[in-house]
Design a protein around this ligand. Structure first.
Ligand code: HAM
Length: 427
């Protein structure tokens, strides 16, 4: 019996990583035009970075990979990126050193012990951004715009933005009280998770996957009715900014998000493509007013989102997005007879000049080597033969024109320069 990847994980093979790299490079260039820089934090953090007091989310309560070795303090594999970034923001006092807002992006593996299915894994990758130190509806809209522009740049069309506001602390506290009152008599009929949520954070009940059709959830009061003027005004300004950018959205007053730290704006961008199935949220996030202070920093608000890379790739596949085809290599070095290290030397000088170069290392016959030239779509074949080598020469063949000449070894790079240059001018 061979080994297999653990449940909820997957290998990315050569064809996959080629696509991932193309998408990651597009993401990096969008981040760069928006003025975001990358920060890389550890894959594990001390557990309280994620498990904050009285946190009611499933992610924190059920899904974390937590361990302790040799009796040392408990550590947790990161289930998301935001907490680690804010920890780092405060630890390195970025608020004192950098122009505010700080604009940070990150990419990497996250770990959640979830029931695996298409689009949901135990190890998955997120690309995320955090904009910290500017509480402005414009920044909320700009954050959504950054993520949205990545989807558009990839050519994805079947997506929609769902948006809601959780209001400020006052609005949310009023709403929590109203929800507690509303669920008071029927909480016994709801699932055990909802009963925990009732105590910890009744807002979370609205997000329950088990009870979402229970009459008490359907008739629950709406947060919209508990917003104070300031919170309502803030939300209206976010919507006005999205209108100005012509980003279509739907207000979803049941959207509360799965994590506890949100205040004001929350959003989820979902695919409407039939193949995206139940795991349709491609990126999601919102504003957090209290997280920086929680980590011991100044009173500063932030906003951000994270995009599930695996889900993004599934959507690209579903919408038939094409990535660059394998364009083939520049040079293939063939060997004939006892030519010792010369093919390796020629390949190394071509590679140093920037040409994608392969060579035969299997000591195969000429026919098999020409097959490789074909299969690898090489533009030029360099044939290192024992007899030419006696005169310090090799044969070099331009595959497109079929021209073949004998040149001094030292001239190979010049000839390749000339041939490939004229080809790129013509092409
Ligand atoms: P989240 O909604 O937990 O938010 O995750 C964001 C995205 O990560 C999801 O929309 C989904 O695309 C992807 N994702 C989550 N769990 C999985 C999984 N098990 N398998 C595959 N993909 C998954 C956050 O993580 C927040 N930190 C976002 C944020 C940033 N809020 C403010 N700043």
């Amino acid at each position: 019996m061979g080994y297999q990847t653990p449940r909820g994980t997957q290998d990315l093979l050569q064809d996959d990583t080629r696509k991932w790299l193309a998408v990651e490079s597009l993401i990096r260039s969008v981040c760069s035009v928006y003025g975001y820089d990358e920060v890389r934090t550890p894959i594990f953090e001390s557990t309280p970075v994620f498990k904050r007091e009285n946190d009611s989310s499933d992610m924190v309560n059920k899904e974390m990979y937590t361990f302790s070795i040799n009796g040392e303090d408990s550590l947790t594999l990161r289930p998301e990126g935001t907490a680690g970034i804010i920890r780092s923001f405060v630890e390195h006092k970025m608020y004192g050193r950098l122009e505010m807002p700080a604009k940070i992006y990150y990419m990497g593996e996250m770990f959640r012990y979830e029931r695996p299915q298409k689009g949901r894994y135990r190890q998955f990758n997120q690309f995320g951004i955090e904009n910290i130190g500017a509480k402005s509806p414009i920044v909320d809209a700009e954050t959504i715009a950054l993520g949205y522009s990545i989807l558009k740049a990839l050519g994805l069309s079947q997506v929609k933005v769902l948006i809601n506001t959780l209001g400020d602390d006052e609005s949310r506290n009023n709403y929590r009280t109203a929800l507690k009152e509303h669920f008071k008599d029927c909480i016994g009929e709801l699932c055990s998770d909802c009963q925990r949520r009732y105590e910890q954070n009744p807002l979370r009940i609205l997000d329950c996957k088990v009870d979402h059709e229970h009459p008490s959830l359907v008739s629950a009061p709406s947060l919209q009715d508990y917003l104070n003027d300031e919170s309502r005004e803030y939300f209206n300004e976010v919507l006005a900014a999205l209108d100005a950018l012509e980003i279509p959205y739907e207000i979803d007053d049941r959207l509360v998000r799965g994590l506890d730290y949100y205040t004001h704006t929350v959003f989820e961008v979902v695919s409407t493509h039939p193949e995206s199935g139940s795991q349709a949220t491609v990126f999601a996030g919102g504003r957090y007013d209290n997280l920086v202070q929680y980590f011991g920093g100044p009173e500063m608000s932030g906003v951000g989102f994270a995009m599930g890379m695996e889900r993004l790739m599934i959507l690209c596949e579903a919408e038939g997005i094409k990535f660059d085809e394998d364009e083939g290599i520049d040079c293939y070095i063939m060997s004939l007879g006892n030519v010792k290290n010369v093919p390796l030397q020629v390949a190394t000088s071509l590679r140093a000049a920037g040409y994608v170069t392969e060579m035969d290392v299997l000591k195969r016959g000429l026919k098999a080597q020409f097959k490789s030239v074909d299969r690898k779509k090489a533009k030029i074949a360099v044939i290192v033969g024992e007899s030419e080598l006696a005169n310090h020469q090799v044969n070099i063949k331009n595959i497109a024109t079929q021209e073949q000449i004998t040149v001094n070894i030292d001239e190979v790079v010049d000839v390749v320069d000339k041939w490939l240059m004229s080809e790129s001018l013509e092409g």
